[in-house]
Design a protein around this ligand. Structure first.
Ligand code: ATP
Length: 237
């Protein structure tokens, strides 16, 4: 079953096209990677899905609903959340307060605390540091917090923007394992945006390559990892 269908979307920043006729599909409980170099349009694709940078044309369908044109809170309400690139946590607030904010559309207190327990289960480090100011955590810990916060809304589709950015190789492996675990245990579909093509192609079932705002290649993770172009341009081989 399809979770998300992006159909021929075009996104502009002013008069400049950032996405040109981008189409992609994500199946139920599937991990789909979106790889590409700096400025290729990866973040813009995620922002378009969230309703943060609405497409000028094309459609985005989630389940049976058209979501292009909806405001971001409505998109979150339907079950899509974004863990943004970099360290976009609220630095003065504690770890736990940041997590609580992720559940801002939920009102059932028991459900919120059950979800928080699950998040602490995936990221025991966050539990150890639940009262610490988010801004004083390490880069890797803040990345975990951003993912945890996105999980607090109990999404059906999780958008991860560069979860490995700036992490030491051992931490990249660790976060990769957790992403697989979340996908397996929660049955959540994931779009994994990465410059680290190596990690992304290993984790995903399918992947798309985006270049200059357009999808240039797609296939299974294994197919793309074997592609001469992908190896030369993205795997350093
Ligand atoms: P990176 O890996 O460097 O984060 P990306 O693939 O996520 O890159 P985007 O952030 O989607 O790339 O940017 C796509 C293009 O749109 C780039 O040329 C970028 O400069 C441009 N762009 C992004 N945000 C804006 C904005 N707010 N205003 C104008 N141009 C923008």
């Amino acid at each position: 079953m399809t979770s998300l269908t992006v159909e021929n979307i075009n996104v502009y920043y002013g008069v400049r096209a950032a996405l040109r006729d981008v189409s992609l599909e994500v199946g139920e409980a599937e991990i789909v990677a979106l790889i590409g170099s700096n400025g290729a349009g990866k973040t813009t694709t995620l922002r378009a899905i969230m309703g943060l940078t609405p497409p000028k044309s094309g459609r985005i369908i989630f389940g049976s609903r058209q979501i292009s044109g909806l405001a971001p809170p409505s998109v979150v309400g339907l079950g899509i959340t974004l863990s943004p690139e970099g360290r976009r946590v609220f630095p003065q607030m504690s770890v736990e307060e940041n997590l609580q904010l992720g559940a801002y559309l939920k009102s059932d207190k028991d459900e919120i605390s059950r979800t928080m327990e699950r998040v602490y289960g995936y990221f025991p480090r966050l539990l150890e540091r639940r009262t610490q100011a988010a801004g004083s955590m390490s880069g890797g810990e803040q990345q975990m917090l951003a993912i945890g916060r996105a999980l607090m809304a109990r999404p059906k589709l999780l958008l991860l923007d560069e979860p490995s950015l700036g992490l030491a190789p051992i931490r990249v492996q660790e976060i990769g394992k957790i992403i697989e675990e979340i996908n397996r245990e929660e049955g959540i579909s994931i779009i994994l945006v990465e410059q680290n093509a190596n990690m992304a192609l290993r984790l995903c079932q399918r992947a798309y390559v985006i270049e200059s705002g357009a999808i240039s290649l797609s296939g299974t993770g294994a197919e793309l990892a074997a592609s001469e172009h992908v190896r030369r341009a993205y795997l350093g081989g």
